[in-house]
Ligand binder design. Structure first.
Ligand code: NAP
Ligand code: ZN
Length: 354
């Protein structure tokens, strides 16, 4: 199938229109027209090769919502016309202990990422993956989520990465009424963490570098905003949190945040992939505190999160853009100038002639 997307040709080039082909449907494949694509900070990291493993041409996009336009002969879960979604993974081995537990993100053989990866499990010969900044997408049905009735399609896309990446640690650490949750960085992931933690019944502290987002934080469901650049406020908040979700996208110093945890509390890193400023073990040992990490979430839990959001009305705050505004959006994302997630209206990208 001929399609069109926006691709980065190298780590230094802007995104530009890119014609390419989606594979012919295999029996368990679903083809979708992409309606909306969220813009994750990971897309920017990957376009710039910040992590060192980008493959070009690189079509970003792993927060994808669309409609089914065709299904393979064996597909049971989805039918033409269904509202569906794809997140950060499009395949995994389906056979290891992690995949069998529904933890495809932890597949022993490595999951296949939606873009900048190589389709290698169900594809002969192997082929590159291209993401959701494109008119069409083809993926095997196990990795295609159902968008529950009632969820606004124009806002649902960011749930597929920002939503699940923050929902998953909230569930792993058993957050519910009585839990005290801190969220560092009020961006795409951070604002979803605040909304989801509040919807789960937790007491929520948004932790931001300045006071600028205080009114927003309260409107998102936080009980308060703590300014991380204010040492006095940070000292007063010591030992007051059970779980902190750290969404900061760059190398940073976690030492000022560790004392915010109560005894046995955990700071879970979902943001920076790579080095941190050296953490001191003093608050870890003395408070039996922990530092952890967490990647996205499994397919079953992603569906659980979508259903939870439909039930509770949790949706991201989005700013809709056209596809040709993506380079300006990346520039703003880099400056943390978005409240709180860009979503591309894919109708702004004309389909190629058949
Ligand atoms: P984002 O929208 O840019 O938000 C990041 C927020 O972090 C900003 O709004 C800002 O909040 C804060 N921040 C930015 N620069 C900072 C700095 N230099 N020091 C301290 N705080 C800073 O990004 P996002 O889309 O939420 O993504 C966040 C990170 O998560 C990215 O690195 C992304 O690659 C990663 N990620 C990981 C996973 C995973 O599976 N674990 C999944 C998706 C994304 P304030 O202005 O409020 O301080
Ligand atoms: Zn993402």
């Amino acid at each position: 199938m001929k399609t069109i997307g926006y691709a980065a040709g190298s780590a230094t080039s802007p995104l530009a229109p890119f014609d390419f082909e989606r594979r012919a449907l295999r029996p368990n494949d679903v083809a979708m027209e992409v309606l909306y694509s969220g813009v994750c900070h990971s897309d920017l990291h990957q376009a710039r090769n910040d992590w060192g493993w980008s493959q070009y041409p690189l079509v970003p996009g792993h927060e994808i919502v669309g409609r089914v336009i065709a299904v393979g002969s064996d597909v049971k879960k989805h039918a033409v016309g269904d509202a569906v979604a794809v997140g950060c993974m499009v395949d995994s081995c389906q056979d290891c202990d992690q995949c069998r537990k529904g933890l495809e993100q932890l597949c022993r053989k490595g999951n296949v990422q939606t873009y900048s990866d190589t389709d290698r499990f169900s594809c002969e010969p192997t082929s590159p993956t291209y993401g959701g900044y494109s008119k069409h997408l083809v993926a095997r049905e196990e990795f295609v989520l159902r968008v529950p009735e009632g969820l606004d399609l124009s806002k649902a896309a960011p749930l597929l990465c920002a939503g699940i990446t923050t929902y998953s640690p909230l569930r792993t650490w058993g957050v519910g009424p009585g839990s005290r949750v801190g969220v560092i960085g009020l961006g795409g992931l951070g604002h979803m963490a605040v909304k989801l933690a509040a919807a789960l019944g937790a007491d929520v502290t948004a932790i931001s570098r300045t006071k600028d987002k205080e009114a927003d934080a309260l409107a998102l469901g936080a009980d308060r905003l703590l300014v991380s650049s204010d040492p006095e406020a940070m000292a007063q908040a010591a030992s007051g949190m059970d779980l902190i979700i750290d969404t900061v996208p760059v190398k940073h110093d976690i030492n000022p945040y560790l004392p915010l945890l109560d005894i046995d509390g955990t700071l879970v890193i979902v943001g920076q992939i790579g080095p941190l400023t050296e953490p001191s073990t003093v608050p870890l040992l003395l408070g039996r505190r922990r530092i952890a990490g967490s990647p996205i979430g499994g397919i079953a839990q992603t569906q659980e999160m979508l259903d939870f959001c439909a039930k509770t009305g949790v949706l991201p705050d989005v700013e809709m853009i056209r596809m040709d505004q993506i380079n300006a959006a990346f520039a703003r994302l880099e400056k943390a100038d978005v409240r709180y997630r860009f979503v591309i209206d894919m109708a702004s990208l004309a389909a190629p002639a058949a």
